[in-house]
Structures are given as structure tokens and as C-alpha cells.
Ligand binder design. Sequence first.
Ligand SMILES: *[C@@H]1O[C@H](CO)[C@@H](O)[C@H](O)[C@H]1NC(C)=O
Ligand SMILES: *[C@@H]1O[C@H](CO)[C@@H](O)[C@H](O)[C@H]1NC(C)=O
Ligand SMILES: *[C@@H]1O[C@H](CO)[C@@H](O)[C@H](O)[C@H]1NC(C)=O
Ligand SMILES: *[C@@H]1O[C@H](CO)[C@@H](O)[C@H](O)[C@H]1NC(C)=O
Ligand SMILES: *[C@@H]1O[C@H](CO)[C@@H](O)[C@H](O)[C@H]1NC(C)=O
Ligand SMILES: *[C@@H]1O[C@H](CO)[C@@H](O)[C@H](O)[C@H]1NC(C)=O
Ligand SMILES: *[C@@H]1O[C@H](CO)[C@@H](O)[C@H](O)[C@H]1NC(C)=O
Ligand SMILES: *[C@@H]1O[C@H](CO)[C@@H](O)[C@H](O)[C@H]1NC(C)=O
Ligand SMILES: *[C@@H]1O[C@H](CO)[C@@H](O)[C@H](O)[C@H]1NC(C)=O
Ligand SMILES: *[C@@H]1O[C@H](CO)[C@@H](O)[C@H](O)[C@H]1NC(C)=O
Length: 871
Amino acid sequence: MNQSSPFHIYFFWGLLSLWVLCTSSTHKCVVRHEVADCSHLKLTQVPDDLPANITVLNLTHNQLRRLPAANFTRYSQLTILDGGYNSISKLESELCQKLPLLESLNLQHNELSHLSDQTFVFCMNLTELHLMSNAIKNIQNNPFQSLKVRWKGSSPYKKFKICYLNIKVKSKKTNLTQISPGCFHAIGKLFGLSLNNAQLTPSLTEKLCLELSNTSIQNLYLSNSQLYRTSNMTFFGLKHTNLTLLDLSHNNLKVIENDSLAWLPHLEHFFLEYNNIAHLFSRSFYGLLNVRYLDLRHSFAKQSISLASEPKIDDFSFQWLERLEYLNMGDNNLPGIKSNTFMGLIRLKHLSLSNSFASLRTLTNETFLSLAQSPLVSLNLTKNKISKIESGAFSWLGHLQVLDLGLNEIGQELTGQEWRGLENVVEIYLSYNKCLQLTSHSFALVPSLRRLMLRRVALRNADSSPSPFHPLRNLTILDLSNNNIANINAELLEGLEKLEVLDLQHNNLARLWKHANPGGPVHFLKGLSHLHILNLESNGFDEIPAEAFKDLLELKSIDLGLNNLNIFPPSVFDDQASLKSLNLQKNLITSVEKNVFGPAFRNLSNLDMSFNPFDCTCESIAWFVNWINKTHTNISELSSHYLCNTPPQYHGFRVMLFDVSPCKDSAPFELFFIINTSVSLIFIFLVLLIHFEGWRISFYWNVLVHRILGFKEIDRQPEQFEYAAYIIHAYKDRDWVWEHFSPMEEKDRTLKFCLEERDFEAGVLELESIVNSIKRSRKTIFVITQNLLKDPLCKRFKVHQAVQQAIEQNLDSIILIFLEEIPDYKLNHALCLRRGMFKSHCILNWPVQKERINAFHHKLQVALGSRNSIH
Ligand SMILES: *[C@@H]1O[C@H](CO)[C@@H](O)[C@H](O)[C@H]1NC(C)=O
Ligand SMILES: *[C@@H]1O[C@H](CO)[C@@H](O)[C@H](O)[C@H]1NC(C)=O
Ligand SMILES: *[C@@H]1O[C@H](CO)[C@@H](O)[C@H](O)[C@H]1NC(C)=O
Ligand SMILES: *[C@@H]1O[C@H](CO)[C@@H](O)[C@H](O)[C@H]1NC(C)=O
Ligand SMILES: *[C@@H]1O[C@H](CO)[C@@H](O)[C@H](O)[C@H]1NC(C)=O
Ligand SMILES: *[C@@H]1O[C@H](CO)[C@@H](O)[C@H](O)[C@H]1NC(C)=O
Ligand SMILES: *[C@@H]1O[C@H](CO)[C@@H](O)[C@H](O)[C@H]1NC(C)=O
Ligand SMILES: *[C@@H]1O[C@H](CO)[C@@H](O)[C@H](O)[C@H]1NC(C)=O
Ligand SMILES: *[C@@H]1O[C@H](CO)[C@@H](O)[C@H](O)[C@H]1NC(C)=O
Ligand SMILES: *[C@@H]1O[C@H](CO)[C@@H](O)[C@H](O)[C@H]1NC(C)=O
């Protein structure tokens, strides 16, 4: 019974929560101030239980296939209905009947394919309709006609805000043959129309444009619509529009007749890429006086064997494009640039002629003459098979900042005259050319250069003196990679204080860092105080001088991968505290030690040391493994590419699994050793101390305890004691005692000893009376002989009593008189007394010689007279 009750409770709660879940599942819409948000709920039906007075219903991002009018009976107050991002394929005209107040209907991103002329017939208050991204196949009849008719009296164009109609033609077979008159006017403020992939052909395009006449259309997309030629009538209808963007790409367009674009004076962006223009006439672009961006990539007919079909560009063809700033003519097969080709492009800033010419071969001082009027900022000449740049080739381009000459076949000595006139150039990209030979003057005329790319150009004479790069004081990026450079000197990069990125990978610089190098290692990085990124991959380095990276304080990334480095000098990375990325993959590194890598690892975000032959011993990698386990640095493929090479038993073992516990970090180990040794020594000392001096410790401990517990020194005056001393002796020694102590009493009347035989009644040894007598005596004298050691009563009781008394009173109260030589250990063993417990003047030895007996008596008197205290 008791055991099952918790189950009942859980069961009950389960049922309750299930019930809550079930009932709330239809209620997930968020309703606030007559606005119901039912978006993102995977709804397949319109909810029927929302408050009837809602005015906004958001049904976006659900799985609705229809919007049954009957489901909206309840929500007659709706003014905004958003049904975007569903799968609605049909719209009932009755919907608007149920929603007489509807002003905005959004059905973008659905699957509407048919809009009949009845669709919006009841939508009398509708001012906003979004139909973008549907599958509307054609615009036959006029679905918007009804709207227009109803609005006639009340200026419908103004009321209708935005309608972006994107007619997505899914199937290429769709044959759009008819466009009903007035169909776009009904849309009112039509902003953009996309008819990509519709088979418009020139004639239908002409019709379309006529329909668009006087609309507010700005963007018209007619990509891939079979517009293979344009005439002076094709875009006539757009005369009275403000069209700013026209996309005619992918049309196989062969002919742009003179003046055919004259109707587009507002056009700004013009896309003509991927066409087949055989001949650009001098007036083809006439009238495009506002175009700023023109894309002519792949626009011209591909070259065929016969020269007659080579595309032609008439002189002055571009002169009408007064506002053109960006022109891309890449990926064409143009025959060349004539002296008037680009005449009149007085605003042109960016010109791409990448892969534009079948063969440009030589750039002469006349090639770019037609661009002399253009304020060109960037010129892209990649992939044109250029083999030679003559002096003054760019002398017309005084504004040029970026010059891309990469991926050509340039093979020449750079005298420096090539760049004459490039007074503002910031970047020259020369990578991937045939062969470049440097001189000291190669870049003397372009001191403004900041980025110079010379990758894989079979660079020669990099060791010219003075350095070819010496004039480039503002250089920030220098790429000299993939050149197999073996000879450079220390002055190569001298003075390039602004250099931030240096690419030297795939060269042959190993000799420069060898100790055996005649004249010692070459410090070619010296003084590059702002260097951030350094790439030295694949250079065959097997040695690295301790000073290699000295003073490179801002270095963030070093790539030394694919070299033969094994031993790093300690502190080689000491100046690299700001390093973020270090690549040392595929070297011959066996050990990773703190004194080398500590500074470099401090702020590292990325480390690559994969594929090194790690020596998995404590000395070599214990610190590294500890660091790996603590660090947040990203070390990719740690488990697969960091394997031990040696010792043999660890070969192939994962570095990260190396057990460091037997190693211990050296610093804590030293500390541990010190503590451990100290503890042992102290322990040994204590053991020895207790062994040899334990009695003394416990004795003084007792004394101390008594002191602390408040036993005051009982230092009574001599007259307070009945006896001067209680004499403890063995029974066998009684004669000696009698013989020697009674004469002393006779001599000094004030002196009185307590002698058991005399002062105890009838010689009865009552324990109690012994205690009392000891207490009444100022001192206790032990007459120590072999006999005493054997005397049972003395051993057990008297000594204890006396010592107790002594502790309570004072240590001076005990006097030991040795009649025989007794070793200390025997004394301790028999009586638990030691000589060391007592002051030396309290220990007296009975002299063997008779003449010294007087001195003994004197000593005894001193001992008897001394105050009872420890000093
Ligand atoms: C919506 O209408 C359909 C028929 O048009 C009906 O089957 C369905 O039950 C209605 N749903 C709600 C939630 O009213
Ligand atoms: C709308 O209906 C809800 C309940 O269905 C009610 O609480 C709310 O006050 C109503 N709002 C107005 C403006 O009548
Ligand atoms: C409906 O919800 C979606 C997503 O939550 C939002 O982007 C859209 O603007 C909303 N529509 C209306 C009319 O508020
Ligand atoms: C349109 O909406 C207004 C209120 O905004 C309303 O007065 C008018 O009756 C509606 N028109 C029709 C035809 O229902
Ligand atoms: C498109 O329709 C027109 C007239 O209806 C016809 O002449 C033409 O052949 C059709 N085109 C295609 C590709 O079906
Ligand atoms: C074109 O733009 C001008 C100026 O902005 C404006 O006055 C004119 O109405 C616009 N034409 C059309 C058809 O929208
Ligand atoms: C179009 O060009 C033809 C000659 O090719 C000419 O007769 C006609 O007048 C031009 N039409 C317009 C509108 O300029
Ligand atoms: C071009 O260079 C040639 C010599 O190579 C020279 O005769 C000619 O005047 C130069 N032309 C211009 C426009 O500088
Ligand atoms: C030049 O054009 C090529 C091809 O389009 C491109 O990859 C390269 O980035 C361009 N160069 C510059 C400097 O923009
Ligand atoms: C180098 O850069 C500085 C600062 O940007 C600039 O003032 C100077 O003119 C540049 N030097 C050259 C030769 O362009």
C-alpha cells in the first residue's frame, strides 16, 4: 500500500500533464492585443478557437495547403492576414467575402499557380498584396482587374503600396504567349518583376514592356528568357518608367541594335553576362547615361576558327556610359584593345579584363591609351597570356591603386620603368608568371606600394644590393613564396618596418640559418618590428639560430611546417608572447620543452605540431602533455596525428595518452623533495631526541604542567619545615646514615634530619607517615647505593613520592648522595631517576679520600641551604 502510493502520484501527474499538453496543443498561438501569432507551429489547419475579435492573424511558416473560407467565418474583423511560407496552392474567392475588412494579404512563398479573374473579386478593401515566389505560370485573363475596376473612383495606384510579383516559371515548357492588357497596372506600385526562365522571345518582351509602361517598376529580371536580339522597339514601353536594374543575362543575345537601350536613361545596374554578342556597335549603349555597373562577363561570342566570327567592339562604343564606374569584361575572347576602345569612360574606376583577350602578349605604352581619361583605381589583367610589359605601359593610369597582373606569362627583367607613372599604386599582384629578374631599381618608381605579390615567378637576383625592396618603406605585405630562392642577404628586408605579412614558404633558405654558414647565420628578419604573419614552410631548415625571431614582438603567426627542425635553442621564442598560431607540423621534433616553447604557447589559439617523431619520455614531453591537458588552444587531430616515435615500447602510442604521473613536474618535485627530506630529518631527530632525552622532556613537561596548572612554588621559610631533610636510604645503609648525619645534627643545633629508624615510631614504616614526613621536610636526600637500587619500598614508593614532592615544590629539594659509583642507566632503571634531572650542586659523591670529607660536608650544607627553585 505504502509502496504503491508514489506510483499513483506519478501516474496522476502524468495524466494531468498529458491532459495539459493535449488541450494546449491547439492553443499555442500567441494572442496579444487582437494580434494572433500562429507562425512556426507546423499547422495543417487554420485554428478555430482564437478570439473572434482578432484583427491580425499570422500563419507564416506552417504546413497549410489551403485557406478554406469557411474557417475564417469567425474572424471577420481581420485586416491583416499573413499566410506566407506555406504550401497554399489555391485561393478561394470567398475568402475576401468572409473578410470584408481585409487590407493586407501576404501569400509569398507558396505554391499558387492559378490566379483567376475571380480571385480577388471580393477584396474590396485590399491595399497590399504579396505574391512573390509562387508558381504562377501565366498571367492570362486579369486577376487584378476586379481590384482595378472597384477602385476606379478612388485612385487605386496610391492605395496599393507594394507588390513584388515574382513569377517563377518552374517548367521550361511553359509557353507564355499572352499578357493581358492592363494586368500590371492593376498591381499599382509594382516594384519589381522577375520573369527569369520564361520563354519571352523579343516580341513578347516588347509586349511585356508595353504593359509595364507607366508602372513604378524599378527592377526587371529577364534572365534566360530567349531574348536573342534587341531592337529600338524592344524596351520602348519602359520609356516612361524609372527602371534602374535590368537583367538580360543568359539570353544568348547576339545583337544589340543601335539605340535599342535608349529608353533606359534611369538604368544604373545592367547585367549582360553570358550572352553571345558578335559585334558591339558604336551606338549599342547609346542613352545609358546613368549606368554605373555593367557586367559583360562572357558576353561576347566565343572565338571560332574563322577570324570573321571574332567578336568586334567598335571604337567609342562605351563613350555613352558617362557614369560607368564598374565594368567587368572578364572571360571573353576579345582580339585586343584599340586606341579608342574605352574612350569616354570618364568615371570608370574599376575595370576587370581578366581572361578577356585571346592574346594580349605585349603591353605597350599605347595599350591603355584609351583609358587615359578614366580615373581608374583598379585594373585586373589576370589570365591574358601577357608575356611582356614595356616601359611606360601604365603611365596613363596615374590614379591606379590596384594592378593585377597575376597568372600571365611575363618573363623579363624588371627595370622599374614598367611602373612609370603609377604614382598612387598600392598593390601590384605579379604572382604566377614565367620568370622575373629583379634589379636594385625594380620598384624604385613605386614607393607608395603596400602589397607586392611575387609568388611562383622564378624570381632571380633577390640578393641584388641595394635590395630591390629597399625603396618600399610602406610595404605591409610581401609574398616571395614558391620561388626556390636560395640566396638572399641580410639587407633584403632591411628597413621594411611596416611589413606585417611575409611569405617565404617553398624556398630554399636552409643554409642561411646554419651555424656553418660562412660568416654565421643570416638574420634576414632583423628589424621587422611590425611583422604579424611569417610563413617559412618548406625551406629545408634544420637549424634555427637563437636570435632568429628576436625583437619580432608583434608576431601573431609563424609557420615553420615541413622543415627538418629538431632542436630549438632555448628562448628562441622569448619575444613571441603575442603569438596566436604556431605551425611546426612535419618536422623532426622529438621533445617539447618549457624553456623553448613556454613563451610561444602562452597566448596561443592554434597549434599544429602534428606528424613529428615525439620522444615519449618524461624529459621530452611531460611538460608538453601537461600543457595539452590544461590549455584551451585549438590543436586539431591531436588524437590521430600526434604519435610517439621513441622509445620503442611507445612507438605509435598517442602523445596525449602519455602518463605523466610518474614524471612529476620538476619544480614541484624539488619542493616535494625538500619537504620530504626535512620531515624525515626532523622525524629522525625527534626519534633520537625522545630516545635519549625523552625522560628529560617528560620530566620537564610534568614540571611545566604543574606550573601552568597553578602549583605555585612552595618556597616556605626554613622554619616552616620540621626537618631540614628527609633521608631515603636502604635499610642496609642505615649505619652509614646514622654515623654521618647525627654528628651533623650535633654540630648545628638548627639542623634536624628525619631519620626513619630514629623518628618513626618503633621503626614501623607507615606509608602515610612517610608521605607526611617528606612533606614536612625541606629537602629529600637520597643516599644512593647498590642496596638502595634493590630496596623494594624505595624503588616503588619513596622515590616516586619524593619526586612528586619535588615537582610540586621545586627541583632543588632533592639531593643525591652517591656512596658508590652507579651508572646513570642503572639509576634510571631502578629508581627512574637521572643525574640530569638535578642541579649539579645537588649531586654529591661520597669521597674515597678522608681529607675530602670536610669539603663534602661543606657541599652538603650548601645543597641543604639552597632555595627550592629551578633557575
Ligand atoms: C476548416 O474547413 C474545412 C472545410 O472547409 C473543415 O473540414 C475543417 O474542419 C475546418 N477547420 C476548422 C478548424 O474549422
Ligand atoms: C477580445 O476578446 C477577448 C476574449 O475573447 C476579450 O478579453 C477582449 O477584451 C476583447 N477585446 C476587445 C477590444 O473587445
Ligand atoms: C508573421 O510572422 C513572421 C515570422 O514570425 C514575421 O516575419 C512576419 O513579419 C509576421 N507577419 C506580420 C504581418 O506580422
Ligand atoms: C473597408 O473598410 C472600412 C473600414 O476601414 C469600412 O468602413 C468599409 O465598409 C470597408 N469596405 C467594405 C466594402 O466592406
Ligand atoms: C508557344 O506558343 C506559340 C503560340 O501559341 C507557338 O507558336 C509556339 O510554337 C509555342 N512555343 C513553344 C516552345 O511551345
Ligand atoms: C520616376 O521618378 C521621378 C522622380 O523621382 C518621379 O517624379 C516619377 O513619377 C517617376 N515615374 C514613375 C513612372 O514612377
Ligand atoms: C527604329 O529604327 C528604325 C530603323 O531601323 C527607324 O525607322 C525607326 O524610326 C526607329 N524607331 C524609333 C522609335 O526610333
Ligand atoms: C612609346 O614608346 C615609343 C618608343 O618605344 C616612343 O617612340 C613613343 O613616343 C611612345 N609613345 C608614347 C605615347 O609615349
Ligand atoms: C581579378 O580577377 C580574377 C578573376 O575574376 C579574380 O580572381 C581576382 O581576385 C581579381 N583580382 C583582384 C585584385 O580583384
Ligand atoms: C607612406 O605612408 C604614409 C602614411 O600612410 C604616407 O603619409 C606616405 O605618403 C606614404 N609614402 C609613400 C611614398 O607613399
